[in-house]
Write a protein that binds this ligand. Structure first.
Ligand SMILES: [Zn+2]
Length: 144
Protein backbone atom coordinates (compact mmCIF):
# COMPACT_ATOMS: atom_id res chain seq x y z
CA UNK A 1 0.00 0.00 0.00
CA UNK A 2 2.97 2.33 0.53
CA UNK A 3 3.84 1.90 -3.12
CA UNK A 4 0.23 2.66 -4.12
CA UNK A 5 0.35 5.82 -1.98
CA UNK A 6 3.57 6.81 -3.71
CA UNK A 7 1.83 6.42 -7.08
CA UNK A 8 -1.07 8.51 -5.79
CA UNK A 9 1.36 11.29 -4.81
CA UNK A 10 3.00 11.12 -8.23
CA UNK A 11 -0.44 11.38 -9.85
CA UNK A 12 -1.17 14.52 -7.79
CA UNK A 13 2.14 16.03 -8.91
CA UNK A 14 0.98 15.54 -12.52
CA UNK A 15 -2.31 17.29 -11.73
CA UNK A 16 -4.22 14.01 -11.80
CA UNK A 17 -6.67 12.86 -9.13
CA UNK A 18 -4.34 11.20 -6.59
CA UNK A 19 -5.21 7.53 -6.76
CA UNK A 20 -2.52 4.87 -7.04
CA UNK A 21 -2.64 1.12 -7.64
CA UNK A 22 -0.24 -1.81 -7.51
CA UNK A 23 -0.74 -5.34 -8.84
CA UNK A 24 1.11 -8.09 -7.05
CA UNK A 25 1.52 -11.79 -7.76
CA UNK A 26 3.09 -13.96 -5.07
CA UNK A 27 4.95 -11.04 -3.57
CA UNK A 28 6.19 -9.80 -6.93
CA UNK A 29 5.08 -6.38 -8.18
CA UNK A 30 3.76 -6.81 -11.72
CA UNK A 31 2.57 -3.26 -12.29
CA UNK A 32 2.14 0.07 -10.54
CA UNK A 33 0.40 3.21 -11.74
CA UNK A 34 -1.47 6.34 -10.80
CA UNK A 35 -4.39 7.95 -12.57
CA UNK A 36 -3.57 9.29 -16.05
CA UNK A 37 -6.94 10.41 -17.39
CA UNK A 38 -5.73 13.95 -18.15
CA UNK A 39 -2.41 12.96 -19.63
CA UNK A 40 -3.91 10.30 -21.90
CA UNK A 41 -7.21 12.09 -22.58
CA UNK A 42 -8.79 8.85 -21.51
CA UNK A 43 -11.60 8.70 -18.94
CA UNK A 44 -10.88 5.00 -18.46
CA UNK A 45 -7.23 5.58 -17.46
CA UNK A 46 -7.86 5.00 -13.75
CA UNK A 47 -4.95 3.53 -11.79
CA UNK A 48 -6.68 0.15 -11.44
CA UNK A 49 -7.39 -0.19 -15.16
CA UNK A 50 -3.82 0.82 -16.01
CA UNK A 51 -2.22 -1.80 -13.73
CA UNK A 52 -4.60 -4.49 -14.99
CA UNK A 53 -3.67 -3.64 -18.60
CA UNK A 54 0.06 -3.67 -17.82
CA UNK A 55 -0.06 -6.94 -15.89
CA UNK A 56 -2.19 -8.68 -18.53
CA UNK A 57 0.24 -7.57 -21.20
CA UNK A 58 3.22 -8.73 -19.15
CA UNK A 59 1.65 -12.14 -18.55
CA UNK A 60 0.04 -12.38 -22.01
CA UNK A 61 -3.24 -13.28 -20.36
CA UNK A 62 -6.64 -11.65 -20.05
CA UNK A 63 -7.02 -13.00 -16.54
CA UNK A 64 -5.02 -12.50 -13.35
CA UNK A 65 -6.35 -15.18 -11.00
CA UNK A 66 -3.34 -15.29 -8.67
CA UNK A 67 -2.98 -11.55 -8.44
CA UNK A 68 -3.88 -9.11 -5.72
CA UNK A 69 -4.63 -5.46 -6.34
CA UNK A 70 -3.80 -2.64 -3.92
CA UNK A 71 -5.45 0.71 -4.54
CA UNK A 72 -5.60 3.83 -2.39
CA UNK A 73 -9.30 4.51 -2.97
CA UNK A 74 -12.39 2.31 -3.17
CA UNK A 75 -12.80 1.37 -6.86
CA UNK A 76 -15.48 3.02 -9.00
CA UNK A 77 -18.05 0.95 -10.97
CA UNK A 78 -15.78 0.71 -14.02
CA UNK A 79 -12.78 -0.48 -12.05
CA UNK A 80 -14.82 -2.82 -9.86
CA UNK A 81 -16.02 -4.40 -13.11
CA UNK A 82 -12.52 -4.59 -14.58
CA UNK A 83 -11.21 -6.23 -11.39
CA UNK A 84 -13.98 -8.82 -11.66
CA UNK A 85 -13.36 -9.51 -15.36
CA UNK A 86 -9.64 -9.90 -14.66
CA UNK A 87 -10.50 -12.51 -12.00
CA UNK A 88 -8.28 -10.79 -9.46
CA UNK A 89 -8.02 -12.77 -6.24
CA UNK A 90 -7.90 -10.10 -3.56
CA UNK A 91 -8.65 -6.41 -3.50
CA UNK A 92 -7.06 -4.22 -0.84
CA UNK A 93 -8.22 -0.63 -0.83
CA UNK A 94 -7.43 2.41 1.32
CA UNK A 95 -10.16 4.98 1.73
CA UNK A 96 -13.83 4.31 1.19
CA UNK A 97 -15.52 6.52 -1.43
CA UNK A 98 -19.11 7.34 -0.52
CA UNK A 99 -19.62 9.39 -3.67
CA UNK A 100 -17.94 7.27 -6.31
CA UNK A 101 -17.21 3.84 -4.86
CA UNK A 102 -18.85 0.68 -6.14
CA UNK A 103 -17.60 -1.94 -3.69
CA UNK A 104 -18.98 -0.96 -0.30
CA UNK A 105 -20.99 2.02 -1.58
CA UNK A 106 -23.20 2.78 -4.56
CA UNK A 107 -24.00 -0.28 -6.68
CA UNK A 108 -21.95 -2.66 -4.45
CA UNK A 109 -21.04 -4.47 -7.63
CA UNK A 110 -19.57 -7.62 -6.05
CA UNK A 111 -22.83 -8.29 -4.23
CA UNK A 112 -24.93 -7.95 -7.37
CA UNK A 113 -26.32 -11.05 -9.11
CA UNK A 114 -24.76 -10.00 -12.43
CA UNK A 115 -21.26 -10.13 -10.97
CA UNK A 116 -19.65 -13.45 -11.89
CA UNK A 117 -16.42 -13.14 -9.95
CA UNK A 118 -15.93 -11.24 -6.73
CA UNK A 119 -12.47 -10.79 -5.24
CA UNK A 120 -11.92 -11.06 -1.51
CA UNK A 121 -12.12 -7.47 -0.31
CA UNK A 122 -10.08 -5.90 2.48
CA UNK A 123 -10.40 -2.20 3.20
CA UNK A 124 -9.11 0.57 5.41
CA UNK A 125 -5.37 0.30 4.63
CA UNK A 126 -3.60 3.64 5.14
CA UNK A 127 -7.07 5.10 4.95
CA UNK A 128 -6.23 8.40 6.65
CA UNK A 129 -3.27 9.04 4.38
CA UNK A 130 -5.13 8.08 1.21
CA UNK A 131 -8.11 10.29 1.95
CA UNK A 132 -5.89 13.20 3.08
CA UNK A 133 -4.13 13.11 -0.30
CA UNK A 134 -7.50 13.45 -2.04
CA UNK A 135 -8.69 16.20 0.31
CA UNK A 136 -5.49 18.22 -0.19
CA UNK A 137 -5.72 17.77 -3.94
CA UNK A 138 -9.32 18.95 -4.24
CA UNK A 139 -8.71 21.82 -1.82
CA UNK A 140 -5.75 23.07 -3.85
CA UNK A 141 -7.80 22.83 -7.05
CA UNK A 142 -10.59 24.92 -5.53
CA UNK A 143 -8.05 27.58 -4.56
CA UNK A 144 -6.67 27.88 -8.09
ZN1 LIG B 1 -12.07 3.62 -11.41
Amino acid sequence: MDMALEEARLAASRGEVPVGAVLVRQGEVLARAGNRTLELNDPTAHAEVLVIRMACEALASQRLPECDLYVTLEPCPMCAGAISFARIRRLYYGAGDEKGGAVDHGVRFYASPTCHHAPEVYSGFAEAEASQLLKDFFRSRREE
